[in-house]
Every structure is written in C-alpha cells, then in structure tokens.
Design a protein around this ligand. Sequence first.
Ligand code: SF4
Ligand code: SF4
Length: 252
Amino acid sequence: MSPTPPVSPEAAAREGSLEAPTRHPLEWRTAAFYDADALDKELERVFDICHGCRRCFSLCNSFPTLFDAVDATSEGEVAALDRKVFREVVDHCYLCDMCFMTKCPYVPPHPWNVDFPQLMLRAKAERVRREGLGIAERVLAATDAVGRLAGIPVVVEAANAMTHSRAGRSLLEKTLGVDRSAPLPRYHARSARRRLARLGSVRRPVNAAAPEQATERTRGKVALFTTCYGNRNEPALAEDLVAVFAHNGIEV
Ligand code: SF4
Ligand code: SF4
C-alpha cells in the first residue's frame, strides 16, 4: 500500500472547508492507469482512509459494503479483505460524485488526495479492459436507447406490463440478471424533454409576466439536466420543477 502522507497543520485546517475541491485530470490514456497492481495498492490506500473516517456510510451501497466487510474480518483492517470485496465496492458505485463533491474532507488539494469516484471509475475501466463487457451490461448501461425504445407509443404499455408481471421479471432475471424483487420504474411515451418543449419553457421563460432577474452572482437562469431516468421514467419531476422555477421568474 502506498504510504499516506503526513498532514501539515495548514492542510489539517483546510479539512472539510467550503472551497470547491480540486479535480485532477484522469490519466486514462496512460498504461499506468490500467496497471492492476498499482490500482490495487491505491484502492487499499483509499479504502483504509475511508475505513478510518466512515463519513460516507449513508451515501450509497459502496461504503456500507466496505465497512461491513472490514468489521467482519478478525483483524478489522482493510488489508485483511478478500479482493472480491474490492470488486463489490466498485460495482456498487454508480458515480454520482456525491462523496467527492459534498462529503469528503480529504479531497485534493489535501495531501491525502482522496477522489473516491475517480478511483471507482479507474477500477471499472481496468476491469472492462481486462474482461470486456457482456451483452447484459451493455443493454443495462444504454439507458437512453432502452428508454427511447420502451417509450414508443403502444410499445410502452407492453414494456410496462412485461416489467411488472411475474413472467416478465423471471425473464429479465434470466437474461439480464435483474433481480426479480428489485423495484423497476415505469416508462413514459411523453418524455420530460418532450413535455417541456411543448410548454415552451426550454428556451424562454414560462412566466413572461415575471422575467428572470440577474443577481450579483447569478444570471437568473438555470439549465435543467433531466437525466435519462428523469426524462424517460419520472417526467413529472421535471415538469414540477420547471413550474416552481417559472413561478419564481427563473428561466429554464
Ligand atoms: S460516487 Fe460512488 S461511492 Fe461516491 S457516493 Fe456516489 S455512488 Fe457512492
Ligand atoms: S470518501 Fe472521504 S468522507 Fe467519504 S468515507 Fe472516504 S475519506 Fe471519509
């Protein structure tokens, strides 16, 4: 495991500060990025810091998976973990960036240089390069394409009926590995983007009587990132949010 550098009083004073973290570029074009031994050492180094900190225990399933596994070892140390636990921790990360952006006091420029999501991304990239991707993984990752297909009028009713029937869930489990008891979202033919375009709110204010007002630090406008899930599975969320923005004279 690479040594974790000592922390100067100045660096310690910056821990958990309100400044934006520094994100170093990913060195994904270099051979070192995919070096399995170096990656393993870095995973162990960062997991050990996380084990001592445990601040992110409630953010996602990656952290409880790590902490429960460490607690189950007789040594109570990351070094004692089976490497299949490392893989489970990586698999549970869906790269939302929450731990880096909002929680971690050890992000760069702190000398401990913890960027948990980038490390998970590196571990995922290394595995894909070594093992490749199966068809099921490719299909499940193509959320926009699947949503576009499942959202075709007429097809959408059949897709929703299939994903919410016992026979359909059994089929999904056998073909794509989706646990039959996992909650699945419904698809909508009228996506959020389509609904918002119809409202005319994508390019101009909904509430023309209350135009946007710039402030000292903002332009009075926001860009709404609907996400694949919001666009295809929960379009009412975007509609409601735009209605709130419009009510407050904020252009979307
Ligand atoms: S980036 Fe990954 S590890 Fe961090 S909170 Fe999100 S899902 Fe969890
Ligand atoms: S990512 Fe940072 S805040 Fe979260 S558990 Fe690890 S060291 Fe603690």
